[in-house]
Design a protein around this ligand. Sequence first.
Ligand SMILES: Cc1ncc(COP(=O)(O)O)c(C=O)c1O
Length: 369
Amino acid sequence: MVTASDDTKMPRNKNVLLARPDILTLQPYVNAAWDPAYERLHANENPWRANGDKSTAGLNRYPESPTTTLHAHLAELYNVPVNQVLAGRGSDEGIDLLIRSFCRADKDSVLICPPTFGFYKVAAKVQGANVIEVPLIRSNDGFNLDVNAVLNAVTPTTKLVFLCSPGNPPGNALDREAMLKIAKQLDGRALVIVDEAYIEFANRPSFASLVDEYTNLVVLRTLSKAYALAGARCGTTIANAEIISLLAKVIPPYAIPTATFETVLAVIHKTNRLQIEQRINTLIAERNSLMIKLKQVPIINRVFSSDSNFLLIECVDAEKALAAAKSVGLIVRDMRSQPQCANCLRITVGLPEQNTRLITALANIRATT
Ligand SMILES: Cc1ncc(COP(=O)(O)O)c(C=O)c1O
């Protein structure tokens, strides 16, 4: 295993060797030891808590390394071994870490399948990595992978392939067999990152349990959506233990703030799971009902099928639809800059009253034109 103390040992997972050579040999920063048995005079912290500090641990102290308590809880939540998880500030941090660890500037590339989540491209550009785009195939119902086109587009310097399932903005989940075929074919050539930010809203199993079988597979999960913690910023990268060890060398020291750590532990506590599940089910029911109603609105040409907490719609005139939403105090996301998304908007499923207000505003467009 690639660890801080033994970087020269050959990894058992050949996919680790796809990483930047300088990252493979990097000696990581060592956080100040976390040992509650001692009083802390080793981390240049302030000895007094600040007025207004409501945390349990005290924000004057650096947080506990997440590899202990937080990782144990996330591993339990996602039903994987603790050495397969790395917490970050949102799954955005997982995306960024993967690109920084595996892509050499001006040499390596990432492959994305648009329309897709915009941050993959931005993070790649920040790192100086090239971006290969293989569009999803659009059908009446949703967007699907072009497996052969993806495989043919991968070059010897393509290190990461991002598959977003359920997709943002398409909304639908990708075909499981197609994703596994890509992972299998690219073993030893590229990591396949399955971004499951919306998986809790899909009637599909996560790929998280497969990361030892497919050792180039990386799964991104987040607490931002189904767990209602977008403001806490906590995402989890799940991968074979050796890939996790490598990424853990690159993540900045004390990455997860104490306030996040304490909130996450409270929210994902077993006593809250039933309510979380009920809310997910309510959102799914509301999404399905919103879909039926949107399909009846004259200025909407198409409502794409969704396995997430949002719907992608194609309007006759997106500009008018945006204005109608704003006129009743609602903002929806303009997706027209995404490929194959002319006149498309993305609507997050809200409270029933908000959804009704939106439908009424969109339905009224026809009456006034
Ligand atoms: C597909 C996808 N991946 C990742 C993210 C980032 O989520 P997080 O809040 O965990 O950083 C988002 C956010 O909207 C997303 O849509």
